[in-house]
Unconditional design. Structure first.
Length: 300
């Protein structure tokens, strides 16, 4: 009986040691896998998610549309996400290229795949469900599943807050009529219609996009005047957005002073970062700020 008891004790101890060893090995392998990731991110919205998932230490390169903190000065800045260079990316010895479905060109992606770089194209998110799906997929790819869970919870809170603001707007009357203008140097202003990033933000904020068409179209000052928008949103493709959007727009397009937006100076910048890559974290923040502006306008 004593020998049997000693045997059982030794067997139990050995089993626990083996279990602990296996768990330690698994943890070390997981940490090793995380440390070996070398990520190139192509697309502003994708890079936002990489940073939000606490994977900035794995970033080795980002495209020109991405904004990263100043302290990540060792991260290489590559070209436009639709015109990536295989040579420039391969020089960074990446293990994975993450991007939206808009990244390319196709031959660059094929070269990278043949060089054993994992190329992952995520669909542009236009809805809350699609954004959450992308977060879940990226959490798995980057071994950041717990961070993905936390991020999804934060997004839930953001959408709940937006829902509350939309309800408050409904109580104040009709939704404000909104027009988005994309301004580019030496080119006519373009209006953002249905199924654009601006349209997603306007709808999230509880406004009514009055463009009346799909995509982007050039519209004359007279055409905008006829629409009589309550609010005009602008985004400038130049190096920096204007600190005084009201003065800048009315100087460039003086007829718009005769719209409700111009008369009451309800002309606001929409951050360009929020307009790249569909529904992303910047777009949600922009929509929340805009919803607060709409509420203030309706209370006047």
């Amino acid at each position: 009986m004593l020998k049997q008891s000693m045997f059982n004790t030794k067997h139990s101890l050995l089993t626990r040691l083996m279990t602990a060893s296996m768990l330690l090995s698994s943890a070390l392998l997981s940490q090793s896998a995380m440390a070996e990731n070398r990520v190139v991110s192509a697309g502003a919205g994708i890079t936002e998610l990489v940073l939000a998932l606490d994977a900035s230490d794995e970033l080795v390169g980002v495209d020109s549309t991405s904004q990263i903190p100043d302290e990540l000065d060792s991260v290489a800045k590559l070209g436009y996400h639709r015109m990536l260079s295989a040579e420039g990316i391969l020089a960074l010895s990446p293990t994975i290229l993450l991007g939206s479905e808009a990244m390319g060109p196709k031959n660059t992606l094929e070269v990278l795949s043949s060089a054993n770089v994992e190329v992952v194209s995520l669909p542009s998110a236009n809805t809350r469900t699609e954004l959450v799906s992308n977060i879940e997929q990226m959490g798995k790819l980057l071994n950041r599943e717990s961070q993905a869970t936390e991020l999804k919870q934060k997004i839930d809170l953001s959408f709940n807050q937006l829902d509350s603001k939309q309800q408050k707007l409904n109580e104040l009357g009709d939704a404000p009529k909104v027009l988005f203008l994309l301004l580019q140097p030496d080119r006519p202003a373009r209006v953002g219609g249905n199924d654009t990033a601006a349209d997603i933000i306007i709808n999230l904020a509880g406004g009514q996009n009055i463009a009346g068409f799909d995509g982007y179209k050039s519209v004359s000052q007279e055409g905008i005047l006829a629409l009589q928008p309550d609010v005009i949103l602008i985004s400038n493709r130049s190096e920096s957005e204007s600190s005084d959007p009201v003065t800048a727009l009315l100087k460039a397009m003086p007829l718009l002073a005769h719209t409700p937006a111009g008369e009451h100076q309800h002309i606001k910048n929409l951050p360009s970062q929020a307009l790249i890559g569909g529904l992303g974290l910047s777009a949600i923040t922009a929509a929340d700020d805009l919803a607060s502006d709409f509420i203030s306008i309706k209370k006047l």
